[in-house]
Design a protein around this ligand. Structure first.
Ligand code: MG
Length: 627
């Protein structure tokens, strides 16, 4: 087939083990997400009230092909009786496959102590098994488990399959087993394509742990982890593999989250992977056809939904930080606040829980319509907002945590700004002085729902074209928190999640969110804000004593930082000075941040100190007053 005619994600499949629920739940979710087929995981079938024939009919009704039955374990044995039992077991499974209407079974390399460790003998046993399968029109896809007793690399599995030399015996390549061992996938290109019976794709974070545990608990969909999946897939396709792109991901979170959402996340991962491979090696075929991500130009605005309690608090804080209320929406109860190029919308209609919450991100896009079309092609829910005829039709999608993402342009006369009637006030800074002020939004910090952290990383990476940064973990007072930024030149979003589900004892701020405003002189901006009444968060002296011991800042500067509650992180690239306000309305706060040199992080190392300070205020204020 000519490369130009081939589409790389023409057939997509997902193993039922990736999804939560019963077999029926999983099949419905896979079909709803647009998958073309499934791998039926045997334990899902065994637990199902549907007979194999009924599963076949259900899949056909849903438009799903059954691409693979899996797994058949420990096929070979040095014990002749056990090998005979393996053949008998295989015949029963072949009966099931025939009833299911699937022709390929995944055969895993043995993990048993009686695994055959002689290549010729192993090839002979697999040949015998393949002869039985072939006689019934079935095929065996032999997979090297990374922890197999003898066969644990794709090179070894190919050696055995080549030696067995039976048309009903080929390979299953699983990216996790190959990449987790650090094998070089380039050699796959030399394997004849007709011997590549099946391909299973999974990503994973870099972890230093037992490979079996790593595989069973921490696999991720492509684009969510650290493996270079495009570099893996390219030689597989170059070898001539023509089967489906199929996902096999064992993950503790996916096993318990809504399968409908997980399936959408999964399909998005395959579309993005196919796009990445097509971009890297155009000769292999075309991507799935999503428009490329338009250039982004920074944060146009951040919208907060506020109620009668949170709204005045947030507005007062913005005013003290130097913002002015410059506009009021022509048809909705939404105020526009501005300082420099930082813009905040306060929306009193937003449907949200609590007194104040970040409800939308406005992202500058060179082509908002193309951004929305790309989002739709990558399975993101596109929002259709009712708007008056003379108002901007904003292109928007919903992120996994429910935050609305608007693609917009601020620099045109027809853009979103024209929906706001001017109040007559000029944009801030408005402190009655001309000192350094807020210049723009540096980043937005969003706590993600436990079930959707990895989904969010892939969403921002694929839909917006942002680059995920490496994850860091910190230990604040109430349990480990993972941080991972996604960014490009002008847009930064800091995602975080508690690493375990929170229990009932949760005295910290629940699911905190913040907007970080950039300034060129945080000490001067913070001082002006404090003098104007901004509720800056007090930081304990212990922090500054420790800072003095670690970094030895200039004493006058240290004194100013101590006075204003400014925190400081330093790395080999530069320095990050940041100060937070108190929490406004339950979960939202603002930050003033200054990047010095080429510092590129988020001051995550200081997060435990900030969180403890927020907790202190929360407990002081919630303590019952003595009569
Ligand atoms: Mg596998």
């Amino acid at each position: 087939m000519h490369g130009s005619e081939r589409r790389l994600a023409e057939r997509t499949a997902i193993a039922t083990v990736c999804l939560s629920g019963t077999l029926e739940d999983k099949l419905a979710a896979a079909a709803a997400a647009g998958f073309d087929g499934v791998e039926v995981f045997e334990p899902d079938l065994v637990a199902s009230p549907l007979s194999p024939g009924e599963v076949r009919v259900r899949c056909a009704d849903l438009g799903l092909a059954i691409e693979l039955y899996q797994p058949f374990r420990d096929p070979d044995s040095t014990d002749p009786d056990r090998f005979a039992a393996s053949l008998r077991r295989a015949e029963r499974k072949f009966d099931v496959m025939t009833a299911l209407g699937v022709d390929t079974v995944l055969v895993c390399s043995s993990v048993s102590p009686d695994a055959v460790t002689d290549v010729d003998r192993l090839a002979e046993q697999l040949h015998t098994l393949a002869e039985r399968a072939g006689a019934r029109g079935l095929r065996l896809a032999y997979e090297a488990l990374a922890w197999g007793t003898f066969v644990n690399t794709y090179e070894r599995s190919w050696e055995v399959v080549a030696r067995a030399d039976h048309p009903a015996l080929g390979l299953c390549l699983d990216s996790f087993h190959i990449l987790s061992r650090g094998s070089d996938p380039a050699g796959i290109a030399a394997i004849p394509g007709e011997k590549l019976f099946f391909l299973q794709l999974a990503d994973a974070p870099h972890l230093s742990m037992d490979v079996l545990q790593w595989s069973r608990h921490h696999r991720l969909f492509p684009g969510q982890g650290s493996f270079d999946l495009p570099a893996f897939l390219a030689p597989v396709l170059a070898a001539g593999y023509s089967g489906p792109l199929s996902l096999e991901v064992f993950n503790d979170v996916f096993r318990q989250s809504d399968p409908t959402r997980t399936a959408v996340d999964a399909r998005r991962s395959l579309l993005a992977l196919a796009e990445a491979v097509a971009a890297r090696v155009p000769a292999l075929g075309a991507g799935p056809g999503a428009p490329p991500p338009p250039r982004l130009g920074g944060h146009a605005f951040t919208e907060l939904g506020v109620d009668d309690g949170g709204g005045p608090q947030v507005a007062a804080a913005l005013a003290a930080l130097g913002f002015t209320r410059t506009g009021h929406h022509r048809s909705k109860p939404v105020d526009l606040w501005e300082c420099g190029d930082a813009r905040v919308l306060l929306n009193t209609t937003a449907d949200h829980a609590g007194a104040a919450a970040i409800t939308a991100l406005g992202i500058e896009s060179a082509d908002p319509v193309a951004s929305a079309r790309r989002a739709e092609a990558l399975c993101a829910p596109v929002l259709r907002h009712p708007h008056a005829a003379d108002e901007a039709d904003l292109a928007a999608v919903t992120a996994p945590d429910g935050t609305e993402v608007f693609f917009c342009r601020t620099d045109t006369t027809s853009g979103w700004r024209t929906d706001f009637a001017p109040t007559g006030s000029a944009p801030g800074p408005d402190h009655g002085n001309t000192g350094p002020a807020i210049t723009c939004i540096d980043h937005v910090g969003l706590t993600q729902p436990f079930d959707h952290f990895d989904e969010a990383v892939l969403f921002y990476r694929s839909v917006l074209g942002l680059r995920p940064e490496s994850a860091t973990e910190v230990a604040p007072p109430f349990g480990l928190v993972r941080h991972r930024g996604v960014r490009d030149a002008g847009v930064r979003i800091a995602l975080s999640v508690a690493l375990l589900r929170r229990g009932e004892w949760a005295p910290g701020v629940a699911a905190p969110q913040y907007v970080a405003f950039a300034t060129d002189d945080v000490l001067a901006t913070a001082r002006a804000a404090r003098d104007a009444g901004a509720p800056l968060l007090a930081i304990p002296d212990n922090y500054y004593d420790d800072l003095d011991a670690r970094l030895a800042p200039d004493p006058a500067r240290l004194a100013a930082m101590r006075e204003l509650g400014v925190l400081c992180d330093r790395d080999e690239h530069g320095e990050y000075l940041h100060v937070s306000t108190e929490v406004l309305g339950g979960r939202v706060f603002f930050q003033l941040v200054q990047r010095v040199g080429a510092y590129d992080g988020y001051g995550t190392a200081d997060a435990p100190v900030r969180m403890a300070a927020h907790r202190r205020l929360r407990s002081v204020r919630s303590r019952p007053r003595r009569p």
